[in-house]
Design a binder for this molecule. Structure first.
Ligand code: 6XA
Ligand code: ZN
Length: 341
């Protein structure tokens, strides 16, 4: 299948993140994308560059002022004489005002970000825009008639919401792909998120909509990031009531539990009868992932791919997480291979 890849991803290199009380090298590295690119090419997929899709398309799922903030955050930080990476240091928790955006850079950062592990560096915007364009290009390829396409997005996207960012995500690539499919004539799109972490951003974006079904399998937020969304009782609201399905699994879950939840996800997807499928494809469900705790083995990724492909839908696969760099390429290729068969 076509695999959309942009070398611009490498402009985003966060350097360090705050993790469990320490400043550690980021887990989300440029090396990840290069390893996936090599594995995907070796498996025979055709690498293509993203198209120059107009930036106005971002506004289909994101707030305009948020987009402008992301674009200008690093320059603003520098022009105020600050050193290092752009990282927020305070957030509007309960009791503080969240109805207004403070004018200064520190207040604006706390207003738009929801964690301190998502640094903005000089090239973050270029990379995030290229990732968004990669996802929309893959959606365009599928809209034009291909059975499936893959977007090698880096930075990832599923934590980014309409006007907030975090979890290594700035723009929601998968949501942009889904919206692109809808704008291209699909009436209903299912978005299945198999990343280890709950796709809180995607959930929020489509929360009140009935044209997108959001289904997520993930580590239980009682103990796993992003902690504050992803519980089973979140089911959508308004017209979107019943169009969100969360299937949290305890940390430590293996294939036995995973397969049952995956079948539940696919059953809900079939009932929704969508015209197309978007997959938020994280492979941080892998047993030796450094920040996650599921116990999937390499042999399970072709099974996940086969299950998704078995839906028989035009499918856009969008890269999300996965940090066990030695195996990330083969695990992604394992999923994609099932669509080629
Ligand atoms: C922040 C952890 C972010 C999780 C990133 C991820 N310390 N999301 O893989 O899918
Ligand atoms: Zn993840």
């Amino acid at each position: 299948m076509k695999a959309v890849y942009s070398p611009l991803h490498a402009r985003h290199d966060g350097g360090f993140e705050l993790y469990r009380g320490q400043l550690v090298p980021t887990f989300e590295t440029p090396e990840r994308a290069e390893i996936i690119r090599a594995a995907v090419a070796a498996a025979g997929h055709e690498l293509v560059e993203p198209r120059e899709i107009p930036e106005s398309r971002l506004l289909g799922v994101h707030d305009g002022e948020f987009v402008e903030f992301l674009r200008g955050a690093f320059a603003r930080w520098q022009s105020e004489g600050r050193q290092g990476h752009v990282i927020p240091s305070g957030f509007p928790a309960r009791g503080l005002r969240r109805d207004r955006r403070p004018a200064g850079i520190s207040g604006s950062l706390g207003y738009y970000a929801f964690d301190a592990s998502t640094p903005i560096v000089a090239g973050t915007w270029d990379a995030a825009l290229a990732a968004a364009r990669s996802a929309m290009t893959a959606a365009a390829v599928v809209s034009e008639g291909e059975r499936a396409a893959y977007a090698l997005c880096r930075p990832p996207g599923h934590h980014a919401a309409r006007s907030t960012y975090g979890g290594y995500c700035y723009l929601n690539n998968a949501a942009l792909a889904a919206q692109y499919l809808l704008d291209g004539g699909c009436r209903r799109v299912a978005l299945v998120d198999v990343d280890y972490h709950h796709g809180n951003g995607t959930q929020e974006i489509f929360w009140e909509r009935d044209d997108v079904l959001f289904v997520s399998l993930h580590g239980d937020p009682e103990t796993e990031y992003p902690w504050f969304l992803g519980y089973a009782d979140e089911r959508g609201a308004g017209r979107g009531e019943g169009h969100t399905l969360n299937l949290p699994l305890p940390a430590g879950s293996g294939w036995i539990e995973y397969e049952v939840a995956l079948e539940t996800a696919l059953e809900a997807t079939r009932r929704f009868a969508p015209d197309a499928l978007v997959v938020s494809l994280g492979v941080d469900t892998y047993e030796s992932d450094p920040i996650s705790s599921f116990k999937l083995a390499g042999k399970h990724y072709p099974l996940i791919g086969a299950a998704l492909a078995g839906l028989g839908l035009p499918t856009v696969l969008v890269q999300e997480g996965g940090y066990a760099v030695a195996e990330i390429g083969s695990n992604v290729a394992g999923v994609l291979g099932a669509f080629a068969d």
